[in-house]
Design a protein around this ligand. Sequence first.
Ligand SMILES: [Zn+2]
Length: 414
Amino acid sequence: MQRRFFLTFALALGMACLTGPTLARAQFTWKLVKFEGRDYVPLETIAQFYQLQGDLRLVDRRFSLSNQRARVEIVDGDPRQILINGVRQWCSFPVVMQGNQAYVSRFDLAKTLDPAIRPTAVPEVRPFHTIVLDAGHGGVDRGARSVTGFEKDYTLDVIRDIKKQLETAGFRVRLTREDDTFIPLEERAARANQENDAIFVSVHFNFSDGSGAVTANGLEVYAMTPRGAGSTGDAVPMLDVLKDCPGNAVDNASLVLATSVQHSLLGHITQGDRGVKRARFAVLKLCKLPAVLVEGGFLSNPNESQRINDAAWRHQLAESIVAGVQSYSRLAEQHVPPRLLADYRLEQLPTAGRMVNPDTVVPAGPATPAVLPASNEFIAQPPPNAPPPPPAAASPASGAATTTRPESSDIPLG
Ligand SMILES: [Zn+2]
């Protein structure tokens, strides 16, 4: 039986509205509910913050809310996933459904929902010039295999193709391996960390040897698991493991990059959406840059392994990853929201008109109110050269408390 306490308190979150030349202070009241000792935010409160419209009751086993830029769907029976703009985002903690209400963990509000809904509000998304590309496996480590080939050869082919395309687009590209060589995972991350203004993209292919060996299918992109959470594959976060996992100061930027790539993959390739996931893979854990790992389909699935063996299909995969990276780059450079699944699909239907995510520039800085931090304990380290963070909010023991934060957009989101 879940114990539930209501804790309502106001956090003046530096929610500044730009009205002409003057900054006006505004407040947003976050309603918090405790489930099994963890802070949750009612969907109604989230809808108010993002000005999402729609039915706040369960209709056809689904909550569906949207504003001009984002559509958020929560499906009853899928508590670890939230569909944002048509793509699965895996939550660190299950969404709680109670009666006709849904509650999202405070942690996922800050670490999953907010960067996916408002990528323009993620301060760690910074311009970059270099892309470090990592072809999974190599040498004696052949990776997964199908009847037609080895993962290590397919990943190298895709990475070489991505390199060519990105260089043509004007980026500087570095590879963790140029040929069929074994490179330890730590060395791959160390190679990436030599770069300052860079992102890291690793490409792999999946394999399932369980009951889903033949049927498991689809595309997924991983970002580093944030501090204080279990990975997507964990049934329950293990606290002793979490102690040794400090997280990554740029994990919200990695989530935005992973989301941008997943939208592009699904917008170009008609293959199943396995979602944007979290894992502490060595390369993601050790990279200090925004880093993602793409799983481009299953070598254990006869249909998908056939496609992966097709050079034209691999070229399409490479093009999709490049488009996702370029979309993230436009966000970093020009503050243009990343392209969404619907944008890519509408490109193929030019007369249909654009429904979501117009390529308008979104103002940065104080006009963007900060979301509730993930928790009072798990505050991410500020990125290098960032100004010192404002004092942490006092932890309310019980009842109501009000905390005022400065009018600034650089509040660490935890
Ligand atoms: Zn692999």
